[in-house]
Design a protein around this ligand. Structure first.
Ligand code: VTB
Length: 323
């Protein structure tokens, strides 16, 4: 017989599972809408189609969601702007959306574009305000408590290797290929580890790092919104993540400081997402070695979605009639 405590746990869990289904419906709608724009060289149009589809799909979901990380501030983005309320009523949630993460991949018809959504209870998601860039470190759960995020790169890699039971030369680090990462890349090489450079898409890079799939860590500076979204997945699985605001221009630095954020100050995963009740959903658009893209076959459309929440990872493959 279940004790009252277990009952409570069960009801929370089934709530999370319903939330997962709602979130998958939203990212799948965005991914399907974006496929019409694969390889057409028009990233804004592809993003716009995904934004519209995501917003329409949200209208039918049993949530009261507030967008914390959206397509921009109210007057700049007509839909999915920060502060917009979505859903037909239900649990009060903070939501982070990225209808197409990797718009260049979409426009070029390259692997790696995904539709992403993350949710946590109202008031628990970090507000990046004007902080566009974040310096990130993501590691799998087994290393979450071992790493000192302020230690030099080589020390962090040696600690990570010990925690994973690997040699440093086996450690693979996802890094965005950017001129700003020259020093980081040479520090990684100096330590004896290797890089996996990618032109875009550090959400998928973070997911791979926290799962220890194809890479063992993510390091370097990418978008703050992408960082907060990744922190949801890290928290759900007990993985390690840290992020520090890393303004890339004097103007950004001034805006960040005006907003009361301190450049360089390291925020922990739990400061980025202050709840365990999180859900992350990603649907493949163009496909990747980890997440299938949208496929059309025999009058049906097939999607693959990764749901991470409540300590669980679920792969959801869905077939719908293609209308
Ligand atoms: C990263 C990457 C994204 O932005 O966050 C990156 O994950 C950061 O911006 O896919 P820069 O391109 O200016 O370095 C994206 O590439 C999305 O634009």
């Amino acid at each position: 017989m279940a004790t009252p405590g277990q009952d409570k746990h069960e009801s929370t869990r089934s709530g999370q599972i319903d939330l997962g289904a709602s979130m998958a419906a939203v990212t799948e709608a965005a991914a399907i809408a974006a496929t019409g724009w694969i390889g057409l060289g028009r990233k804004e149009d592809g993003d716009g189609a995904a934004v519209e589809a995501m917003r329409a799909a949200f209208a039918g979901q049993p949530v009261s969601a507030t967008i914390v990380i959206g397509e921009g501030e109210k007057d700049d983005a007509p839909m999915l702007y920060s502060g917009e309320k979505l859903g037909k009523g239900g649990p009060a949630l903070d939501i982070a959306v990225d209808p197409v993460e990797g718009t260049n991949y979409l426009a070029k018809g390259m692997p790696g574009a995904i539709a992403v959504l993350a949710a946590s209870p109202e008031g628990t998601m970090f507000r990046p305000k004007s902080a566009f860039y974040m310096d990130k470190l993501v590691v799998p759960p087994v290393a979450a408590n071992a790493i000192d995020p302020e230690a030099p790169v080589g020390d962090r890699l040696r600690t990570l290797a010990r925690a994973l039971g690997k040699a440093v030369k086996e450690i693979r680090v996802f890094v965005l290929e950017r001129p700003r990462h020259q020093q980081l890349i040479s520090d990684i090489h100096e330590a004896g580890a290797s890089v996996r450079l990618a032109p875009d898409g550090d959400v998928l890079g973070s997911i791979k790092a926290l799962l220890g799939e194809r890479v063992d860590a993510l390091m370097g500076i990418g978008g703050t919104p992408e960082g907060v979204i990744s922190a949801c997945a890290a928290r759900a699985l007990g993985a390690g993540m840290w992020g520090a605001m890393a303004p890339q221009s004097d103007q950004e630095r001034a805006r960040v400081e005006r907003d009361g954020l301190k450049p360089g100050q390291i925020l922990t995963r739990d400061e980025l997402i202050a709840s365990d009740e999180v859900m992350f959903a990603a649907t493949g658009i163009t496909g990747d070695d980890m997440l299938e893209g949208v496929r059309y076959t025999g009058g049906r459309v097939l999607t693959e979605t990764l749901l991470i929440g409540n300590g669980m990872l679920r792969w959801v493959r869905t077939e719908r009639n293609h209308t």
